[in-house]
Ligand binder design. Structure first.
Ligand code: 13P
Ligand code: SF4
Length: 331
């Protein structure tokens, strides 16, 4: 059986995207994107999992928390969100007066796609005494059903902000949830979602790679399964992994997350060595199929045509903004 999120990623996304039939070189595309940005008072935000060329043209490159914080105080009229759809929705929830564009509407997320709002609402209703803590990798409708949101940057802080006698329901990433249980000692009811990229990392293959590079430290995102996290020297959000690699005195790292992140690590530390972690014996090919739907050409076309836009119905937005602002208030 093929999961809906995979079908979405593998489907020809042309009807949903700003793709055209450009014959422009990357250099021409970049120059035209710069011109459109100036003419339209637009900015480009990119996540660390975007291809290198997109990260390099962005006005801001960040993790989910950074993108949300930046979006909340943005002055530009148009935000192009080169990431995945839930990141565009977060920007729209926080800045409804702005036009938020995404290069490809099919850029979803397995976590968001496997936590359908109706099913989630039923789950929440079964546990009315629980505080509902939701990872931002979810739809606006699921955000609207939550008490507070978190990202991988502030998840521990968010859990610690909840009174100890209050039971917690956590969704949609079971691996992040299990990691939070371990770190905080809290008992949490978990939604059984997972990231299709992080779930593929293989602990045995990482042990073998580590044997070949004994001085390399293992840096892992908390969306990885527990046996992989048990091997990590540092666990954190994408920005935390980059900061650790930049500030640490070591020289060599095994990076257990989407491989796009290595671009920033290598930029910050050209003298250090970064190994993309293996998904199995034969492949170190952890690329998010949703993140990688975005291209320079789609960014150019979405700025030119000002489509596809991200829209959030106002009733959902008003309910989703509260748990989002509660999270942002915690930093
Ligand atoms: P970060 O918030 O750490 O950037 O993670 C986003 C994400 O989608 C991880 O897969
Ligand atoms: Fe979602 Fe995983 Fe892709 Fe992040 S890497 S956007 S969690 S599918």
């Amino acid at each position: 059986m093929s999961a809906p999120y995979l079908e979405r990623a593998m489907t020809d996304s042309t009807p949903h995207s700003a793709a055209g039939s450009s014959t422009m070189s990357d250099k021409e595309l970049i120059s035209n994107i710069e011109q459109l940005k100036r003419e339209k008072n637009a900015v480009i935000y990119a996540h660390f999992y975007q291809e290198s060329a997109i990260q390099d043209i962005a006005d801001y490159v960040g993790d989910s928390l950074g993108l949300a914080q930046r979006g909340a105080k943005e002055d530009a009229d148009i935000i192009v969100l080169a990431g995945v759809f839930f990141m565009g929705e977060t920007a729209k929830i926080l800045s409804p007066e702005k036009k938020v564009l995404v290069p490809d509407l099919a850029a979803g997320c397995s976590l968001a796609d496997n936590c359908e709002a109706g099913e989630f609402e039923a789950f929440v209703k079964q546990h009315p005494d629980h505080e509902v803590v939701t990872y931002v990798n979810c739809s606006a409708a699921v955000k609207a059903l939550s008490d507070i949101l978190c990202t991988s940057s502030n998840a521990v802080r968010v859990i610690e902000s909840i009174p100890e006698d209050k039971p917690i329901l956590f969704a949609p990433d079971q691996h992040l949830g299990r990691y939070l249980q371990k770190v905080s000692g809290r008992n949490m009811l978990l939604w059984e979602g997972a990231c299709i990229v992080h779930e593929t990392f293989d602990a045995k293959a990482i042990v073998k790679l580590k044997a070949r590079h004994p001085n390399a430290l293992v840096l892992a995102h908390p969306e990885c399964p527990e046996p992989v996290l048990d091997l990590a020297d540092h666990i954190g959000s994408t920005s935390s992994l980059i900061a650790f690699a930049t500030e640490d005195s070591g020289q060599e790292y095994i990076v257990v997350t989407e491989s796009g992140i290595i671009h920033q690590m290598q930029k910050n530390c050209p003298e250090k060595t970064f190994h993309a972690a293996p998904n199995n014996e034969n492949c170190s090919c952890a690329e998010c199929p949703f993140m990688r739907l975005n291209t320079l050409e789609k960014i150019y076309n979405c700025l030119l045509k000002e489509t596809p836009t991200v829209e959030v119905p106002e009733d959902i937005r008003l309910r989703a903004v509260r748990p989002l602002e509660r999270m942002l208030a915690l930093g």
